[in-house]
Design a protein around this ligand. Sequence first.
Ligand code: BTN
Length: 253
Amino acid sequence: MVVNLNMSKYSIITLEEVSSTNSYAMDNIRFFDDKTVIFTSHQTDGRGRYDRKWIGDESENLYMSVVIKPKDIENYPFANLTQYLSVAVCSFLEKEFNLNPKIKWPNDILIDGYKISGILAESYIEKNKIKGVVLGLGLNVNLPFKTLEKIDQKATSLSVIKNKNYNVETILEKILDSFFENYNQFIKEGFIYIKNEYVNRCDFLGKEITIKEANLKKNYTALSIKDNGLLVVKDELENEIEIITGDILCTQI
Ligand code: BTN
């Protein structure tokens, strides 16, 4: 069932429940305008990066996908969109909840080492050309401890941190404010526009890290973030390597 709020300054399609807001957006993308937001508080089959599941339960939580179909496809900074969203969510969490969020490259958001938010971007391709992206965000708002325990990595939620429940629609609106506040500038300048803020949120730089890509795990020292958002690491033989995809599994402090 589709419920339209229509009280927002954004174009939001609210679904009472859906398997995945990303799947819904991808399946229907040709009908949606640029910047349409698909939102639900109950997602039954949420998807994460690398075919992982994104866990939800009966509690009201925040699952959203923004449809990005820019007019100027050629110059659009698609590669850094998830990093831009991660910075926007961090500033929202800091401003509204007085938290100190950190980013685990490329776009996981952690509070004291516990993941509170994940981002999944999926490309919409026609005739071998990228036409747009569905930018999905899951934020653990009211997930209780018993559900978080089932997640295969350390995870937390706002309700566990603050010991109270929150209205997810209000949070959605504020996250969209944070996302769209500097969006036009980001599109113009790309990653360089958020680089300082992004790097300041990364607390793994200079540390030993393990990166997993597909099923391969490798140890490196994290060195820096480049102007295009790529991670530069050093391997055991002191070779510098640019990491394009993958997940940081753990940081040895
Ligand atoms: C990750 O950390 O692996 C990414 C998780 C992304 C989850 C969000 S929830 C809303 C949207 N719909 C999905 O099925 N996935 C994304």
